[in-house]
Design a protein. Structure first.
Length: 457
């Protein structure tokens, strides 16, 4: 018997309080924050869906592993435990621990980027793109057309356009393409998965042309679960086995361990190439630390080793993917336009469709995110013209999409928290026709969404 209610496959072991606030208190708090949700104190947020990065709850086994951490500078047993856990899923020859995903990216692109180089990906995550561009190389997105259409129900919207990749290699020349990357799941296009078939095809093209293939694998377990659920012939496989096959298709990886591996901090860089590994370790020593701890404490390495085993648990992944879909489907059912199919780690509301009366450069996503906060204390994240509208030449161009992302921290909120979010959204939908836009009154020269100040129009 399959029951309808998705129970959390864990009991609560330690709790953190949520401070209740009223709507009139929140109206003042958000005004004091310059109408920027990043400027709120998190204590003033009821349900924090700003990001799923580093915000997950650790298990009692992870907390126990923290106590087991050994802080020896070189050759700590915690390092060996971590390395073994990583190589069990990702059997690369060299594992290089870093404090976050972007530190791994910075080291990798310092070694292989530079003027004249071009690096394709399905869709580059923003820190990946920024690190490539900082090295003066160019970052190019080659996701399939369905991946850019919020309404398309393609089961693997994160896939790379294989024809476009091969053409890209011919046009740019093998010597200018140091690696091909694939982001699993494709964060920037809505947490959409990549199929095993597509990963195999990209790997085959890379082998044919002799170009190394790297994964950006922050949500590898969610991606492997989608493969198991959606791809023909994969339904009986262990997720860990699918992950190992994906790793064996590649020559290396970067990862933020703040996502699927249940870290509050962490990441790593891995590869099979000895020369590249030596270069990367030399750079690691400059900015992160000695190669057996990288940017992490021994206790963090141990927590990640345990987190990796929990990340591929079928009971957990089934709950994870179903509970994200539970929120997305409930919003869709009440007529709220959401990116389809529902991704692994977040629900994306199409604010442009919900608030057609607000022009893009009056920031419908920001208006919606502010309303979710004032009505219900929910903190989401605008992904639209506030985030992407200001161009390096100073002009302002509306983003293609105006989204509000509700990212779900791992193992952190219960179904009643999510039922509350659904109720708040229903109330905000009623108010939608009356909502008006915002203007920016103060902004920094770059990455303005973090610190800009707004005023209601
Ligand atoms: C979060 C993330 C990164 C960056 O990792 P940090 O740990 O935040 O530095 C890179 N790529 C993807 C796909 C991510 O989701």
């Amino acid at each position: 018997m399959e029951f309808r209610t998705i129970i959390e496959p864990f009991r609560i072991h330690s709790v953190a309080p949520i401070a209740m606030t009223t709507q009139s208190q929140r109206e003042k708090l958000i005004a004091d924050a310059g109408y920027n949700l990043f400027s709120l104190h998190s204590d003033d947020v009821l349900i924090d869906l700003l990001t799923d990065s580093g915000t997950g709850a650790m298990s009692r086994n992870q907390w126990a592993a923290i106590q087991h951490g050994d802080e020896s500078y070189a050759g700590s047993p915690s390092w060996l435990i971590f390395k073994e856990a990583v190589q069990n899923l990702f059997p690369f020859k060299h594992i290089i621990p870093t404090h976050q995903g972007r530190a791994a990216e910075k080291i990798l692109f310092t070694a292989i980027g530079g003027q004249g180089k071009v690096i394709p990906n399905n869709t580059h995550f923003d820190t990946t793109r920024a690190n490539i561009e900082y090295s003066k190389a160019e970052a190019v997105d080659l996701v399939i057309a369905e991946g850019k259409d919020p309404a398309s129900k393609h089961p693997f919207k994160g896939n790379m356009d294989i024809g476009a990749l091969e053409n890209f290699i011919k046009v740019n020349g093998v010597e200018n393409i140091p690696i091909v990357m694939m982001t699993i799941t494709n964060n920037s296009s809505g947490g959409q998965p990549v199929s095993l078939e597509n990963l195999r095809a990209v790997s085959a093209i890379c082998k044919k042309y002799g170009i190394p293939f790297f994964l950006d694998a922050a949500r590898f377990a969610e991606n492997a679960w989608f493969i198991r659920e959606r791809e023909v012939g994969q339904g009986n496989r262990e997720v860990a086995d699918i992950v190992r096959e994906i790793a064996q298709l590649a020559d290396g990886m970067t990862i933020s361990a703040k996502k699927d591996p249940f870290g509050n901090i962490g990441g790593w860089l891995a590869m099979n190439d000895d020369g590249l590994a030596m270069q990367a370790r030399n750079l690691l020593i400059l900015t992160e630390g000695f190669p057996t701890y990288g940017g992490l404490a021994g206790r963090d390495l141990e927590a990640l080793a345990v987190g990796l085993t929990e990340a591929v648990s079928h009971d957990y992944l089934k709950y994870r993917i179903q509970s994200t879909a539970y929120l997305g489907n409930a919003l869709a059912m009440m007529g709220i336009p959401v990116v389809q199919p529902i991704g692994g780690h977040a629900v994306y509301i199409d604010a442009k469709a919900l608030l057609p009366q607000i022009p893009s450069l009056h920031y419908p996503g920001q208006a919606l995110a502010i309303e979710l906060y004032t009505v219900g204390g929910i903190r989401g994240c605008e992904i639209g013209s506030v985030m992407f509208g200001r161009k390096p030449d100073g002009s302002e161009v509306a983003s293609a999409m105006e989204l509000v992302r509700l990212a779900i921290p791992r193992r952190t909120y219960t179904q009643s928290h999510i039922d509350y979010v659904i109720e708040v959204c229903a109330e905000v939908v009623k108010l939608a026709p009356t909502l008006t836009g915002y203007t920016i009154v103060k902004e920094p020269p770059a990455l303005r969404h973090f610190t800009a100040e707004f005023a209601p129009l």
